[in-house]
Unconditional design. Structure first.
Length: 577
C-alpha cells in the first residue's frame, strides 16, 4: 500500500486522474462473464475430390442449338476480355460442373461473372474461363461468328460413362460389333464378375447417364442439347467427318419500313427501273443464287484470315436459293400502297437465303448475302455474282460491308457414313446424315425420375424428356413467348402511331399516283439489319476500291510472325469486331 499521507497535493491529484482513467476503460470493456458467446460451427469437411479413375469413358457426339446474339461467337480464344462469353466457354463449364469431363489443373471457373435468365452479369471486362479440352478428344463442326445462331451445331467429345469398368475393358465380340453397326443394336454381351456370377449387360441407352438433361440443367437457357449419338465411328471428328454444312439467313420483304407515296420511289442503278425503297426483287435474287451452285473460288466473298495462310479458296456449293418462310402479320393501318409489292399484289413475307455447301470460308455467308441484297434492291445485276467469281478478271475483293450477323443460323451439319462410298451425285448435290442420333424424348433420350426407374428395364414414360415440366420444349417456349409478346406490343405501337395523321407525305398526290422521286439523302440500303442505312450516291461494286490481294496479306503476316518468333518486337494487333 502506498503511503498517501506523505504525498503532495499535486501527486494525489495525478493519482486520482490515473485511477479514473482505468475505471472508465473497464466500464467500456464487454463483460465476458455475462456475454453470450455462440457456439462456433465446426469447420466444414472439404469436398472429397471426384475420382475419375473409377469411371469408364466413351466417345459421343452432341447436337445442340443456341441463340447467338448474347455471345461472342462459338470459339473460345485465350485472353478473351470482351463483355460477352463464347459458346465454348459455356459448354466447357457445363461439362466440368457435371463431371462429364475431367478439367485439367489449369482449368478454373471464371469468377465475378455469370448468366442469370440468359442475361450477362458481373464485370464488363472479365477474364473469361480458362478452357482446356486436353484428353477429351474434343472436336467441333462449325465456328460461328459473334451474334450468329445455330440450330444444328455438333461437337464430338469423350465423356464419363455409367458403363462398368469391367465391361468397358472387355473386348466386344466381332459378331456383336457388326450388329451394333448394321442394326443399331446397343446391348453389350453379359460379363462374369469376380464371384463367377453373370452380371447384367450394360444397355448403352437405358443404363447410361442422361447426358442431355444433365447439361441442360446447368447451361444458359439459350443453349440447349437436343440429341446425342451413342456410337459415332472410333475416329470421329465433328470437323473433318462433316461433309456438308447448311445455313439459313432470314429477312423480311419489305426489308425495312418503306416510305409511302412518290417519295419512296427511286431509280435503280442496275437497269434504271423504278423501285420503291425497302422492297427486294426476290426473283432477281433467285437468279443470282443459281450462279453460286458448283465449285468456285470464293476469295471475293470472304474475309482473309492471314493466320491460316490459305491459298485455296475453292468451295463447293450444293444448293442456293431464296425460300419463302411465312407471311408477315402487318398492322391493319399499314396495308396501304407502300406495303404492297410494286411489281405484284404480293403481301409482306418472311424469306430465307438457304445455302448448302461442303465447307465455308470466314464470313463467306454474310458476304454472299450482302451482294444478294444489293441485287434485290436493283443496285446490282445478278451478273455481279459470276463476275466476282471470275478470279482472272477480278483477282481482288472490292470493298463492301458484309450483312448483319443476327439473322444468320447454322441450320444443320451432315455426317455421311465414314466408310460409305461417295457417289458423284453426293459430291454434286449433297449428302444424307448417317449418324445414329437419339433425340430428346426418344427411347434413350429420356431421364428416369428415380434411381429405381433408372436401374429398371428401360426408361419411364414419366421421365424428363421433350415435353412437360423440365423438358426442352418448356425452356424454348419460355423464350419464344417472351419474344412473341415483345413482337405483338411493337406491332400494336406501330399500328397506333401509323394510324395518326396523314397516310402518306404526298398531300397533293392522287390515289395510285406513282411518280419517280429520289428520297432525301438518296435511297437507303438494306444490309440485313432492322433499318435501312443512308448511303448517298451509290457506287457499283466493280467500280469500288479494291482490297489487297491474298498473296500480299499472307506474306505480310508471315513476315511479322517470323520476326516475332525470332525474338523481335511483337507487332501491334488491332482488335477487330
Amino acid at each position: 500500500m502506498d503511503d498517501y499521507a506523505q504525498w503532495t497535493q499535486q501527486q494525489l491529484i495525478a493519482r486520482i486522474q490515473h485511477l479514473e482513467a482505468q475505471l472508465n476503460t473497464q466500464d467500456q470493456a464487454p463483460d465476458l462473464a455475462t456475454q453470450h458467446v455462440p457456439d462456433r460451427e465446426p469447420p466444414k469437411t472439404p469436398a472429397k475430390p471426384f475420382d475419375f479413375s473409377r469411371y469408364s469413358t466413351r466417345l459421343v457426339a452432341f447436337k445442340f442449338a443456341y441463340l447467338g446474339q448474347r455471345y461472342n461467337g462459338f470459339e473460345h480464344h485465350k485472353n478473351n476480355t470482351t463483355p460477352l462469353p463464347t459458346i465454348e466457354e459455356e459448354l466447357w463449364k457445363a461439362l466440368a460442373k457435371t463431371r462429364l469431363i475431367n478439367p485439367t489443373p489449369s482449368g478454373r471457373q471464371n469468377g465475378g461473372y455469370g448468366r442469370v435468365n440468359g442475361k450477362t452479369t458481373g464485370s464488363r471486362k472479365r477474364a473469361g474461363a480458362e478452357v482446356n479440352w486436353d484428353e477429351c478428344e474434343y472436336s467441333k463442326c462449325g465456328r460461328t461468328d459473334r451474334g450468329v445462331s445455330a440450330f444444328g451445331q455438333v461437337i464430338g467429345i469423350r465423356v464419363r460413362s455409367n458403363r462398368p469398368l469391367s465391361q468397358a475393358r472387355s473386348p466386344i465380340p466381332e459378331e456383336a460389333s457388326e450388329r451394333i453397326v448394321d442394326e443399331g443394336e446397343t446391348l453389350l454381351p453379359s460379363h462374369e464378375n469376380n464371384n463367377g456370377d453373370v452380371a447384367k449387360a450394360f444397355d448403352e441407352l437405358h443404363d447410361e447417364l442422361p447426358y442431355m438433361q444433365l447439361l441442360n440443367r446447368v447451361l444458359p437457357p439459350d443453349i440447349r442439347i437436343y440429341a446425342w449419338c451413342p456410337n459415332p465411328p472410333p475416329d470421329f471428328s465433328a470437323r473433318f467427318s462433316c461433309k456438308e454444312r447448311r445455313y439459313k439467313y432470314f429477312f423480311t420483304n419489305p426489308s425495312f419500313a418503306p416510305v409511302p407515296g412518290s417519295a419512296g420511289f427511286s431509280s435503280t442503278s442496275a437497269d434504271q427501273s423504278s423501285l420503291r425503297e425497302g422492297w427486294l426483287d426476290i426473283e432477281k435474287m433467285r437468279a443470282a443464287c443459281k450462279e453460286l451452285v458448283g465449285l468456285h473460288d470464293f476469295r471475293n466473298f470472304c474475309k482473309i484470315d492471314a493466320s491460316k495462310q490459305l491459298t485455296n479458296f475453292k468451295r463447293r456449293i450444293f444448293h442456293a436459293d431464296i425460300e419463302e418462310i411465312s407471311p408477315l402479320s402487318i398492322p391493319s393501318c399499314l396495308s396501304h400502297s407502300a406495303l404492297q409489292s410494286p411489281s405484284s399484289a404480293e403481301a409482306p413475307k418472311m424469306y430465307a437465303f438457304v445455302l448448302h455447301g461442303s465447307a465455308f470460308l470466314w464470313h463467306q455467308v454474310r458476304s454472299l448475302v450482302a451482294i444478294l441484297f444489293l441485287v434485290g434492291q436493283g443496285l446490282e445485276s445478278p451478273s455481279i455474282i459470276p463476275a466476282l467469281l471470275d478470279i482472272s478478271s477480278n483477282p481482288t475483293r472490292p470493298k463492301y460491308e458484309m450483312a448483319s450477323d443476327a439473322p444468320l443460323v447454322l441450320w444443320d451439319c451432315v455426317f455421311p457414313h465414314e466408310h460409305e462410298v461417295q457417289s458423284s451425285e453426293d459430291r454434286e448435290h449433297g449428302y444424307q446424315d448417317r449418324l445414329n442420333w437419339v433425340y430428346v424424348g426418344d427411347d434413350g433420350g429420356i431421364e428416369p425420375r428415380s434411381k429405381k426407374e433408372r436401374k429398371g428395364n428401360g426408361p419411364s414414360p414419366m421421365g424428363l424428356g421433350k415435353w412437360g415440366r423440365g423438358g426442352v420444349i418448356d425452356d424454348i417456349w419460355e423464350m419464344w413467348r417472351g419474344n412473341k409478346i415483345d413482337e405483338t406490343l411493337s406491332a400494336l405501337l406501330l399500328d397506333a402511331i401509323a394510324s395518326q395523321g396523314k397516310a402518306t407525305p404526298d398531300s397533293q398526290a392522287t390515289a395510285g399516283e406513282r411518280t419517280v422521286g429520289t428520297p432525301k439523302g438518296g435511297p437507303r440500303i438494306f444490309d440485313g439489319g432492322n433499318i435501312g442505312k443512308a448511303r448517298g450516291s451509290y457506287t457499283e461494286i466493280l467500280k469500288r476500291e479494291r482490297q489487297e490481294s491474298v498473296e500480299v496479306v499472307n506474306e505480310r503476316y508471315a513476315r511479322k510472325r517470323s520476326m516475332l518468333d525470332s525474338g523481335g518486337a511483337e507487332p501491334k494487333v488491332v482488335e477487330e469486331n
